[in-house]
Design a protein around this ligand. Structure first.
Ligand code: RBF
Length: 163
């Protein structure tokens, strides 16, 4: 029996952060958390790219295009939807979640979901705090784990079969 897992070691990984500008008082903090997680885990700054998009709705397509480049090991989507201030909140949240799922499925590249969906700005800020109390940090580490897992899985896959 083989147990195959990813690691928290980001050395040598190329990662793209796709960050929504909408609610940037929160998404800037998510970006900071994700960057801190990646560099603490050993990623080189030269291997990290940051792409800005207008809002969360734009995250999936930008993530898909970035993932399709063949030059990234993982993508991290960061956004913030605040219910109290967003009419049709559920539609946008659902479109973003489905879109990110589809982008990962189409490209085979791990795309982490770091999109906050909260009732208030206070709740959003509480999830974008210092260190690991930050969903950007969490999403970045999920991306590292998945990218390192895929490296192992692809080494095991028979020639010709590429996930
Ligand atoms: N984008 C976000 O990232 N977070 C939001 O809370 C948010 N609220 C929106 C509310 C409305 C009514 C609309 C029309 C857009 C909102 N957007 C939000 C922007 C959306 O993600 C996208 O950038 C724009 O709709 C342009 O496609």
């Amino acid at each position: 029996m083989a147990i195959i897992e990813g690691t928290k070691d980001a050395r040598g990984l190329r990662v793209t952060l796709v960050v929504a500008r909408f609610n940037d008082f929160v998404t800037e903090r998510l970006q900071r958390g994700a960057l801190e997680a990646l560099t603490t885990a050993g990623a080189r700054e030269a291997d990290i790219s940051i792409v800005h998009v207008p809002g969360s709705f734009e995250l999936p397509l930008a993530a898909q295009v970035a993932a399709s480049s063949g030059e990234v090991d993982a993508v991290v989507c960061l956004g913030c939807l605040i219910k109290g201030e967003t009419v049709h909140f559920e539609y946008i949240a659902s479109a973003v979640a489905h879109g990110i799922t589809a982008a990962a499925a189409v490209t085979g590249v791990p795309i982490a979901f770091g999109v906050l969906t909260t009732d208030s700005a206070e709740q959003a800020l509480a999830r974008a705090g210092a260190g690991s109390a930050n969903k950007g940090w969490e999403a970045a580490m999920a991306a590292v784990e998945m990218a390192t897992l895929f490296r192992k899985l692809r080494r095991r896959a028979p020639e010709g079969i590429r996930v």
